[in-house]
Design a protein around this ligand. Structure first.
Ligand code: MN
Ligand code: MN
Length: 465
């Protein structure tokens, strides 16, 4: 064969994993990126993300499902315990199963304990318990904001958001200076969970003799500002999240660094996909879960499929036997478990098997299985369903690649996929690949962000089983 013939054959036969910037509309991508960054700046926790989502839905003609006329076409949402949400678009006549895009809006972070505040050596601190898989050292000496709610005994809910506004103070977990952090073997000490103590004050309320005068000063400030007493912190959810803002990254501004891409990037892109869709192929639900980072347990996590009961109500309102009909629908339901993947970090390639690893800027990642040690805990999507998704993405010119979470017996992880699979739905993992996943400042390619949006839009508009 001639060299030219070989080249033609190579192009025809070999899998090619092309860079997603090729043929990308840069203006549209930049506009989308700006919208995404603005949303992420305000929606750093599951509660604030749900709040922002509801604002957008209300502007786009969606109503709380409790207020919707279920006999007509439904464009509605169900907020679940302030931390999860399902968004529905259901035609007047339900003929098929649903197209579902499911993601999670909780991200690794640090939570305050129930009795957090104490004073030691004239410094006021707060005890914490980290949430999800973090590398503890990454959370020292960065500006942190406190975001969450405090519920008072009179029933009032106080919303807390301190540190995100540049005029606010921030909070810091302080590491030890290198001069004093020398073990005999010259290694820094191990960081244990109980060293993640947040510094929140240092000024005494009085110079008279008194136990913990600086702590009392902090409690006084909290009482004056929010009307709370220390016991109110026992009925609170206070999350420490990085105070820094999403920013464009690199000389070429080709990336976005932000806290919480995992997995709010999939939530945002799927929300926009639904709102921008010109039509829907089948009944559609976009679901944002909480608690994924701690195993999807808890009532707002994916183990509780809170998005199904409202569909039963729709069926009942339309005179159908909800239980029987829901089983049929579930069997015919297609789910994109939309979660981020790990992009190859060029500095740490040894953890990846490069033939099957996802590359930054090469489009949305389709992951047949996650899991670890012999695929344990994985959904492992059927080849038949993989083909349908592959065709959808190719037909709609979406840049995509396959991926897996690291080398065999090195990596692995879980997503919400298996909680749909165990109900009998077709499901596969999809999402953009990140650098520095689970760090306080994760990195994504704008090209992957935009192609994820395009993938979800194609799924909503065109996917048929
Ligand atoms: Mn995730
Ligand atoms: Mn995660």
């Amino acid at each position: 064969m001639t060299k030219k013939e070989c080249e033609t054959l190579k192009k025809k036969l070999e899998y090619s994993n092309e860079n997603a910037w090729k043929n990308l509309k840069v203006k549209l991508t930049d506009k989308f990126s700006k919208d995404y960054m603005a949303f992420m700046s305000e929606g750093k926790t599951e509660r604030t993300f749900v709040k922002k989502t509801v604002e957008i839905l209300n502007k786009n003609g969606y109503v709380p499902i409790e207020k919707a006329d279920l006999k007509e076409e439904v464009k509605a949402y169900k907020v679940y315990r302030s931390k999860a949400i399902a968004i529905y678009r259901i035609p007047e006549d339900i003929q098929n199963g649903f197209n579902v895009i499911a993601s999670h809006i909780d991200s690794p972070r640090i939570d305050m304990k129930a009795r957090p505040v104490y004073e030691d050596s004239d410094v006021v601190l707060a005890k914490t318990h980290y949430y999800g898989g973090i590398k503890k050292y990454q959370w020292f000496n960065i500006p942190l904001a406190i975001v969450g709610v405090i519920l008072k005994e009179n029933g009032e809910t106080i919303e807390i958001n301190i540190g995100n506004d540049p005029k606010d103070p921030v909070f810091v977990i302080s590491d030890l200076l290198p001069h004093l952090d020398r073990n005999p073997d010259k290694k820094c000490r191990d960081i244990s969970g109980e060293t993640l103590n947040l510094i929140i004050g240092s000024k005494p309320i009085t110079f008279e003799k008194l136990d913990s005068p600086a702590k009392l000063n902090v409690l006084r400030i909290l009482n004056e500002k929010y009307g709370i007493v220390e016991e109110d912190l026992t009925s609170a959810e206070l999350e420490l999240v990085p105070a820094f803002e999403p920013r464009e990254m690199g000389f070429d501004r080709s990336m976005i660094s932000a806290y919480g891409h995992d997995d709010k990037i999939c939530a945002y892109t799927s929300l926009r996909a639904l709102l921008d869709a010109k039509k829907i192929a089948r009944p559609t639900a976009i679901v944002f879960f909480d608690k994924e980072e701690i195993g999807s347990d808890g009532s707002t996590g994916a183990k509780n499929q809170f998005w199904l009961p409202p569909i039963k109500k729709v069926l009942s309102a339309r005179g159908k036997d909800a239980n029987v009909f829901l089983d049929d629908l579930i069997e015919d339901t297609a789910v994109l478990s939309s979660d981020v993947s790990a992009a190859v970090n060029p500095t740490f390639k040894d953890v990846q098997e490069m033939n099957n690893a996802a590359i930054l800027g090469h489009g949305i990642v389709v992951t047949k299985y996650t899991g670890s040690y012999g695929k344990a805990g994985a959904n492992d999507a059927d080849a038949e369903f993989v083909l349908k998704i592959r065709k959808l993405l190719n037909d709609n010119k979406v840049a995509w690649q396959t991926g897996e979470l690291g080398k065999v017996d090195v990596g692995g992880g879980g997503t919400v996929a298996k909680f749909f699979a165990e109900r009998g739905m077709h499901v596969i993992d999809t999402g953009p690949a990140l650098l520095g996943m689970h760090s306080p400042y994760e990195i994504v390619s704008k090209a992957d962000l935009y192609h994820s949006y395009l993938a979800y839009k194609a799924f909503v508009e065109k996917f048929e089983m």
